[in-house]
Design a protein. Structure first.
Length: 266
């Protein structure tokens, strides 16, 4: 009340110009918190708009996703804070050329440990044949072998094996740069997060938080180490493609190689 009384006394004796200045300052101070609230509400609305509905409207042409990320799948769901994750969906023609790139956010379901959501299919592709390449920050891209065709008026659920964590810098390669970037983003950073920010200044911290628990720490480092080791072993020990006749009836008889058949991708 002391401040208010002094303000009233000041206004009684102040010139009209000074009174106007004080009133203008009070209006600005009052408007600031309101501006912050409005900005927060707008951000929430934008985030909501970027999150597709899990169930597309009847009759629509859409892809319905039910995707897993391996580090999320192996983490206690109650520890996961990053329930909304960005995915990049590339539609490829039969020659493998990218004909459309779609960005979407999918929502983590703690019961199924899968990310779900739907994406309307662009009209130009509703009668086309295509397959999908799917990527999420921090994870290697995975491409379906299944060809989707003539989806006009229909929905198609896309379920794949969990994407593999480890591509922190998003170049679809596994190398020392992924380690350096994760360490830079982590609580053990020694470069003040310099390498954690890419050339455009964008932070890669979300990508480095492989298990979505809100921290980049020893757990993420262990996941990265394990996955890159397994990936390197697969690269140095090429498997033998599984002959299709092994899965037909009658079945052919071919001896399995010592390194085993390549796992069926999807
Ligand atoms: Ca990489
Ligand atoms: Ca983490």
């Amino acid at each position: 009340m002391g401040f208010l009384n002094r303000l009233i006394d000041f206004l009684k004796v102040a010139t009209p110009q000074k009174r106007m200045t004080v009133v203008a300052m009070l209006l600005i101070l009052t408007a600031l918190p309101l501006t912050v609230i409005v900005a927060q509400q707008q951000q929430e609305l934008r985030q909501h708009a970027a999150t597709p509905s899990p169930t597309p409207p009847p009759g629509s042409t859409a892809l319905v996703f039910n995707l897993g990320l391996d580090a999320f799948s192996s983490t206690d769901p109650s520890k996961i804070k990053d329930s909304l994750r960005h995915f990049i969906i590339q539609l490829r023609d039969k020659k493998g050329n990218v004909v459309s790139t779609q960005n979407t956010n999918l929502t983590f379901n703690k019961s199924t440990k899968k990310f779900t959501g739907s994406l309307p299919l662009p009209p130009a592709l509703q009668n086309s044949d295509f397959n999908l390449s799917i990527q999420s920050p921090g994870y290697f891209q995975s491409t379906t072998t299944q060809i989707l065709s003539s989806l006009s008026g229909k929905t198609k659920t896309v379920s794949l094996p969990d994407l593999t964590a480890g591509d922190i810098d998003g170049d679809d390669e596994s190398n020392i740069l992924d380690f350096n970037t994760l360490l830079s983003c982590s609580i053990f950073s020694k470069d003040n997060s310099r390498a954690c920010n890419d050339k455009t200044g964008r932070s890669l911290k979300t990508a480095a938080d492989l298990n979505g628990d809100g921290e980049v720490d020893q757990d993420d480092y262990t996941i990265l180490l394990r996955n890159l080791k397994e990936r390197a072993e697969r690269t140095t020990s090429p498997c033998t493609p599984r002959p299709a006749c092994l899965d037909t009836n009658p079945r052919c008889l071919i001896a399995e190689p010592a390194a085993g058949w390549c796992p069926n991708q999807f």
